[in-house]
Design a protein around this ligand. Structure first.
Ligand code: ADP
Length: 318
């Protein structure tokens, strides 16, 4: 570690300690239980500050996020020549503690669905909920708060701040939200991601795989309700892809993290508990724990025409 890096790291540590001292009373996040078993996962209890809350519903008791009759159109609604229906009446729920992959050809609506779920885009009609909070009814201030407190993002292009070290990047979202830093959790993530010797490095000094591991640690650091990952392995070689997907899978298995991942890659989708396939803004397949071969078969024209149910254990939706 260079002299300048040591200086900026210790400065950063002082800022962080001050931030913890000032905000530790205002924000409470309590982790209960210690088991990693799927059926007995630790529960994260947070102070709820949003005012828009969906009524209690047993139908969604296991859901971390869901969409109801979601429509998103672009262009001029009065001009069929320019109007594009990106999402065509989608109703779907995402289960807590699951890794769900969203697949489909380019232009099928994957990004639009993810953006609407994360409050980054506004639905034309229909509703979106995260943790029972109606995202589609939130104003900008509430959306910002939702994204800071409950949502983690992982992007294809990593989106790390180039002037900050790996450690500073991992802690940045908590710093911005003035939330306390759980040092034990930070150390656990750094250890699991194999980043101990890279914490003082800037993104340009890291490989693509290391950068994406930093981005994964950053997303997990705030223990979000749900992580939205947009082609997280799109810029990685196959070995780094396997590492990152292994970490995402582990975070689901060990820590009960909920993840929604857009991917083109059947190898990546095979890590998921569930794979949704979109076409023309609609969900055309809903597969539970499919193998890579079963996923590939869905995209194989000859297999599709040879069988009405190429996905084997999948369910087909109209
Ligand atoms: P995918 O992520 O599956 O590639 P998108 O969600 O990006 O698909 O896009 C779905 C459809 O919506 C496409 O036809 C695309 O051209 C259109 N679309 C997406 N964003 C916009 C936009 N900002 N303005 C106009 N059309 C858009």
């Amino acid at each position: 570690m260079g002299k300048h890096e040591m200086k900026s790291t210790s400065l950063f540590a002082r800022v962080r300690r001050e931030s913890i001292r000032r905000h530790s009373v205002r924000h409470k996040s309590v982790r209960q239980g210690s088991s990693h078993r799927k059926t007995d996962r630790p529960t994260v209890v947070r102070t709820v500050t949003h005012t828009v809350v969906h009524p209690e519903s047993s139908e969604h008791a296991q859901s971390v996020a869901w969409a109801e009759d979601l429509v998103k159109t672009y262009g001029d609604a009065h001009d069929p020549d320019t109007e594009v229906t990106a999402l065509d009446h989608i109703t779907v729920d995402f289960q807590r503690g699951h890794l769900t992959a969203i697949m489909g050809p380019s232009g099928s609506g994957k990004s639009t669905l993810m953006h609407c779920l994360a409050g980054l885009d506004t639905p034309t009609s229909g509703k979106v909920f995260v943790e029972g909070l109606e995202v589609s009814a939130m104003n900008q201030r509430q959306l910002t708060q939702l994204r800071r407190e409950r949502i983690g993002f992982i992007f294809q292009s990593f989106n790390l701040v180039p002037t900050l070290s790996a450690e500073e990047n991992i802690l940045l979202p908590l710093q911005i939200a003035h939330r306390p830093i759980d040092r034990d959790w930070f150390n656990t993530l750094v250890h699991v991601m194999g980043l101990e010797s890279r914490l003082a490095h800037r993104p340009s000094q890291l490989s693509g795989g290391q950068q994406q591991r930093v981005a994964c640690a950053r997303a997990l650091m705030s223990r979000p309700s749900v992580i939205f990952a947009d082609e997280p392995t799109g810029n990685l070689d196959s070995r780094s892809s396997r590492e990152v997907l292994g970490f995402l899978r582990d975070s689901v298995e060990k820590y009960g993290q909920s993840i929604v991942m857009v991917t083109h890659d059947p190898n990546a989708a095979a890590y998921a508990d569930r794979v949704l396939v979109l076409a023309d803004g609609r969900i055309t397949r809903d597969m539970h724990q499919p193998s890579r071969e079963q996923i590939l078969a869905v995209f194989d024209d000859s297999a599709s025409s040879a069988s009405s149910s190429p996905a084997g254990n999948g369910e087909e939706r109209s």
